[in-house]
Design a protein around this ligand. Structure first.
Ligand SMILES: Cc1cc2nc3c(=O)[nH]c(=O)nc-3n(C[C@H](O)[C@H](O)[C@H](O)COP(=O)(O)OP(=O)(O)OC[C@H]3O[C@@H](n4cnc5c(N)ncnc54)[C@H](O)[C@@H]3O)c2cc1C
Length: 423
């Protein structure tokens, strides 16, 4: 079968696309990943620094690791899993956040999530910020957490959707990088890279996938591009699918960006320490000192802060972090740090953001986005996941689910084609 004529085209080669393609291959369905970037992985992207340390610019944590399918993929491919507890499970650096104050914050955090659980049982949805205790001293920090968790402040986030997220609170990492892992799993699937899809024409008997390198005919397609790409109509559906676009618009991508910083004299700190520079504002970064024991700091910026810094360019992230670290650790600290790498996911033309949240009132858009169209167009990607959205394992699970739907649809159409008209 020529490459311009396949059974199933998988649009996008991130976690969902790679998982879908591998599942289709297992079922002997000939598929092709068509990926806009020159690499697989999408929002899973590992680069190396000058010392050969792997840096995950996108996803880094195997969240819900005890039920995360990427863990068995990692084991199968011989990757090393690091089970050091994540910094947010440790007490933060005492000088940045006293034990007593941190205890009070944890209490406020738990109270907020208990309220969320209760409110989510009701009929009505609302912004998660409606559950904040007015005037509470910890509201700004709860909002900062929301920018790391959802990529957006609580006023933009549906409380029902936030409550639907399931976590087992087991979080591991892959030493070689989460992006390396997903790319390696995808390497066995046929893929066309550097090949953005511009349109999907589903008006004819077969699909025509219009790409930068010409059209590809296919029986079916699994669309795994980020919800923000669909919402911005970077891919045109012919005929149009206004309900899909509406669903994608209900699931905007929040913004979270990472900056890696080298640190001289890192041994002063123990491994995997968390530092809070400010506890009285939402516009503050999260700092993870010595991830994997390495001489570096992983800084995490979310929400409106990340959007403002993206507008200022890469250097703005380092300048902001240097100023915050100086506030927390003294002005001489700035001499010990240098920027290594950052990626601006909001400005990334094939992501347009970091991970999805649902706007208030629109939590059910996840199910609507995931619905197939005419048993020919299938949808996957983290935004389609009811309980594991915003994650790479959510991407995997939706990719496999869409592949299963394709397999089922193909076997139904085969059996009805095989039936004789008189039967
Ligand atoms: C900074 C950051 C930190 C994160 N941390 C974590 C974490 O610790 N743990 C975790 O589980 N998750 C984390 N995530 C989220 C995780 O990376 C994503 O949820 C997951 O990778 C999404 O996979 P996906 O397949 O749904 O989408 P994507 O990975 O975005 O894949 C979609 C693919 O479609 C491609 N594409 C786009 N447009 C086109 C087009 N027109 N034609 C063809 N291809 C196209 C894209 O290039 C991309 O490769 C993080 C994300 C970011 C940005």
């Amino acid at each position: 079968m020529p490459i311009s004529d396949v059974q199933v085209v998988v649009i996008g080669g991130g976690a969902a696309g790679v998982a879908a393609a591998r599942r289709l291959e297992q079922a002997s369905v000939r598929c092709l990943i068509v990926e806009a970037r020159p690499r697989l992985g999408g929002r899973a992207w590992t680069v190396s620094d000058a010392n050969g340390f792997t840096l995950d610019l996108g996803c880094g944590w195997l969240h819900s690791a005890d039920r995360n399918p990427w863990v068995s993929v990692a084991q199968e491919l011989g990757f090393s899993i690091d089970k050091t507890p994540p910094p947010w499970m440790n007490r933060p650096l005492e000088s940045s956040f006293s034990r007593v104050e941190h205890g009070k914050f944890r209490e406020a955090f738990q109270t907020f999530y208990a309220r969320l659980d209760e409110a989510a049982q009701g009929e009505a949805d609302a912004p998660a910020s409606s559950l904040l205790d007015p005037g509470n001293r910890w509201n700004p920090l709860l909002n900062a957490m929301s920018t790391y968790i959802s990529g957006a402040e609580l006023d933009r986030v549906s409380l029902k959707d936030l409550d639907r997220y399931h976590s087992t609170d087991i979080n591991w990492r892959v030493l070689e990088g989460y992006g390396t892992l997903i790319g390696a799993y995808g390497a066995k699937a046929p893929a066309m890279l550097d090949c953005p899809v511009r349109a999907i024409d589903h008006s004819g008997k077969r699909l025509s996938i219009e790409t930068g390198n010409g059209a590809i005919a296919a029986d079916q397609a699994i669309v795994t591009v980020p919800s923000a790409i669909l919402a911005a109509e970077r891919i045109q559906f012919i005929p149009a699918l206004p309900e899909k676009i509406h669903a994608a618009r209900g699931l905007p991508l929040g913004l979270a960006d990472k900056l890696f910083i080298s640190l001289d004299g890192a041994e002063e700190f123990s491994t995997s320490v968390r530092l809070f520079a400010h506890t009285d504002r939402a516009a503050t970064a999260g700092y993870h000192i010595r991830p994997f024991g390495r001489p570096m700091i992983e800084a995490y910026f979310g929400g409106r802060l990340a959007a403002d810094l993206e507008a200022g360019g890469d250097r703005a992230f380092f300048d902001f972090a240097a100023a915050e670290l100086a506030d927390a650790l003294g002005s001489r600290f700035a001499r010990r740090i240098k920027p290594i790498a950052v990626h601006r996911w909001g400005s990334d033309p094939f992501a347009l953001g970091s991970y999805s949240f649902a706007s208030p009132g629109l939590a059910d858009c996840r199910a609507k986005l995931a619905e197939p169209v005419d048993d020919r167009l299938f949808f996957a990607g983290e935004a389609c996941s009811r309980h594991d959205f915003s994650t790479a394992h959510g991407g995997y699970l939706t990719g496999v689910a869409a592949a299963e739907q394709v397999i089922a649809a193909r076997s139904t159409s085969r059996s009805s084609a095989g039936r004789s008209p008189s039967a």
